[in-house]
Design a protein around this ligand. Structure first.
Ligand code: PGA
Length: 305
């Protein structure tokens, strides 16, 4: 078989995106250029890799096998790039990270400080919810990921770093705002605004309520902490949020953290990758950086604002 890395790269993108058009966009190519290369790959394999049904493409069994091989091959090439850079002893080259949406309140700051020290690092930082992050983790798509709630059914290496403090928040004129020792039962009678299914924050609340024999129908479901803050400030309800996301609104007196029994929940953020993964020099240097420096970097930033 005469396959090229470029063909595998294109195929991988089409497979992951489920679309030739999206793959072309991602790789800054034209759609026909992508189609031709995937066609050549199909000729080499000797079997169709995708089939078209109701205007959607689906991988064939051969396509699924090629995808598995692609991940191995492209993963090894990325590792090789890192190893070669490491042999040169230089912290440079790609750094691919995915982090849960809630971590957007501190990961860019940490990365920014790191890049000042290592300007030749080429970062790619993706924000996505926990469910999608678990998929990326299983497929070994990143150097490592950052999340709050670690899946317990995967073979992982986990590195705890910052505290993640979660509190129930409301608008300052909410009837519960001045109340002390609010019970969980009182909480579920309120209009709760929750994150979407698949969010780590949502998982924490659902598990906690379940443990206490309670259940809640969210009054509203919103797909980001930003949207939730706006809804809470508008008096639409109360919500569980990571306090990382509240700094500005709390300081401006637009949101308050309620005194709920058992809250705030103090949890950790974790850098996570599959067990046995060999990190590139860039990735291991950044990992060491966040494990050792994140508290200091973020408190300096906080003091400066
Ligand atoms: P989320 O994840 O941004 O998907 O809610 C947060 C977490 O893992 O704690």
């Amino acid at each position: 078989m005469h396959l090229t890395l470029q063909q595998l790269k294109l195929f991988e993108s089409v497979y992951r995106n489920g679309s030739f058009t999206l793959a072309a966009k991602e790789l800054h190519l034209t759609q026909p250029a992508v189609s031709i290369q995937v066609k050549r790959l199909e000729e080499q394999v000797g079997l169709p890799l995708f089939e078209l049904m109701s205007k959607k493409i689906f991988p064939t069994s051969a396509g699924k096998e090629v995808y598995k091989a692609c991940q191995d091959i492209l993963g090894r090439v990325a590792e090789l790039k890192g190893t070669v850079e490491a042999m040169k002893g230089e912290v440079r080259g790609p750094l691919t990270l995915s982090v849960v949406t809630t971590a957007k309140y501190f990961m860019p700051t940490l990365l920014g400080h790191f890049l000042q020290e290592y300007p030749d690092v080429e970062p790619k930082l993706q924000f996505t919810n926990r469910a999608r992050l678990v998929e990326r983790l299983a497929n070994n798509e990143d150097d490592f990921v950052v999340m709050g709630q670690i899946p317990d059914d995967m073979n992982l290496e986990t590195h705890p770093f910052l505290e993640n403090i979660l509190g129930v928040v409301a608008a300052p004129d909410h009837p519960l705002a001045k109340k002390k020792q609010i019970s969980l039962r009182e909480l579920v009678n309120e209009r709760l605004i929750e994150r979407e299914q698949g969010s780590g924050t949502r998982l924490v609340l659902d598990r906690l309520l379940e443990k206490n024999g309670l259940k809640v129908e969210p009054y509203m479901e919103l797909g980001s902490s930003e949207a939730i803050k706006q809804a809470v400030m508008a008096g639409l309800g109360i919500a569980l949020l990571s306090l990382h996301s509240l700094r500005l609104e709390q300081a401006a007196g637009k949101l308050v953290v309620l005194d709920v029994v058992g809250f705030p929940l103090v949890r950790r953020w974790y850098a996570v990758h599959l067990k046995g993964k060999r990190l590139s020099l860039v990735a291991s240097t950044f990992l060491d950086y966040i494990l050792n420096e994140s508290g200091q970097v973020l408190s300096t930033e906080r003091d400066a604002t």
